[in-house]
Design a protein around this ligand. Structure first.
Ligand code: SF4
Length: 278
C-alpha cells in the first residue's frame, strides 16, 4: 500500500497567524480567553490551553480581562459590546474574512441587499452578516427574496467550494437579474481554501481512497471531504486512531489531505500509521 499527501494541506496562513497572535499575547499579558474556539480543532485548543488560553461562549467576562476574537471574526456589534464591557481585545480575524466583512459593509452602505452563500449558523457567516447591518441573509439554496429589491450583492463564506459558489451565482442571476437594477458579485472564497480543494481533488482522482484529517466541526474540512467523496471512497478522520476501523486493499494507493485547522503532527501521525498497515 502506498500513501501520498496532497500538495497543499493542513494549517493555512490565517490559522497560523491567529495562533501566533494568541501565543504572543498570552506570553506578554498572561492567560486570556477566546470568544468561541479560535479554530475548530480540539488538539489545537488543547495545545493553546498550555499557554493559559481557553475558549468561552460569551463576552460576560470580568472587566479589564483580555478576550480574543477568533480567526472567523465577529460582527461590529459584538466588538462594540466587548468595548462597552471594558474588555481588552485581541483580534485574530483572518485577513480573508476581514475582506468579506469589508465587502459586506461597502455593499450595505451603497444600498445593496447582501446575500452570503454560506452556512447561516457558522460564526464567520454570522459575523459577516453583521457587517451588512441587517441588510442581508445567508443561504446555501436559492433564496426567495422580497420583490422590489433593486440592488443585490453576493458574497461567499470563505471556505465554500468555488465551483459551488459560481453555480449559485449563475442560478441566482437566472432567477433575479431580469428584475433588479444591479447584481454585484464579490469573490470571497479564500485562496488557501481554493488551493487545498484543487490539490485534494487532483489527488482523489489518482488514488483508491482519500483520508481527510481534521475535525468534523471544521467547515473547510467537511468541504474537502465532500469534494473527494464525489470522486473516490473518502473518510474524514480526526486522527490516526480512527485508521484501525478502515478496510484497505493490499495494493491500494491512499491519498491524504487535511483541513486548514489541522496541525502538522496530526497529519504526520496518520501517514506513519498508514505506513504500518501493510
Ligand atoms: S481557511 Fe482561509 S479564511 Fe479561513 S482562516 Fe484559513 S486563510 Fe483564513
Amino acid at each position: 500500500m502506498e500513501t501520498e499527501k496532497a500538495t497543499e494541506l493542513g494549517f493555512c496562513t490565517g490559522v497560523r497567524r491567529a495562533i501566533d497572535i494568541l501565543e504572543k499575547a498570552a506570553q506578554q499579558s498572561g492567560p486570556l480567553v477566546t470568544l468561541g474556539p479560535v479554530v475548530h480543532n480540539q488538539r489545537v485548543m488543547e495545545k493553546l490551553s498550555r499557554f493559559g488560553i481557553r475558549a468561552v461562549e460569551n463576552i460576560e467576562q470580568p472587566e479589564g480581562s483580555t478576550v480574543a476574537i477568533s480567526s472567523h471574526g465577529v460582527s461590529p456589534v459584538v466588538v462594540e459590546r466587548m468595548k462597552a464591557h471594558g474588555l481588552q481585545i485581541v483580534d485574530t480575524t483572518c485577513p480573508f474574512v476581514r475582506r468579506a466583512q469589508v465587502a459586506a459593509r461597502r455593499l450595505a452602505d451603497a444600498g445593496f441587499f447582501v446575500v452570503i452563500f454560506g452556512e447561516e449558523s457558522h460564526p464567520e457567516v454570522e459575523g459577516v452578516l453583521g457587517w451588512a447591518k441587517g441588510k442581508g441573509l445567508a443561504t446555501l439554496e436559492l433564496p426567495r427574496l422580497d420583490e422590489g429589491l433593486q440592488r443585490i450583492g453576493i458574497l461567499s463564506q470563505t471556505t465554500q467550494v468555488f465551483s459551488s459558489f459560481t453555480a449559485f451565482v449563475s442560478s441566482f442571476a437566472d432567477s433575479y437579474l431580469a428584475s433588479v437594477l444591479e447584481l454585484r458579485v464579490v469573490n470571497t472564497v479564500c485562496d488557501a481554501t481554493r488551493r487545498r480543494q484543487e490539490a485534494a481533488l487532483d489527488l482523489a482522482r489518482r488514488v483508491d481512497m482519500m483520508l481527510v484529517v481534521g475535525s468534523r466541526k471544521s467547515a473547510n474540512t467537511r468541504r474537502l471531504t465532500e469534494i473527494c467523496a464525489a470522486v473516490v471512497e473518502t473518510h474524514l478522520i480526526d486522527g490516526a486512531d480512527e485508521i484501525d476501523a478502515l478496510q484497505f486493499g493490499t495494493d491500494w494507493r491512499i491519498g491524504v489531505t487535511a483541513g486548514a485547522s489541522t496541525p502538522d503532527e496530526a497529519i504526520e501521525e496518520v501517514i506513519t500509521r498508514l505506513n504500518k498497515v501493510n
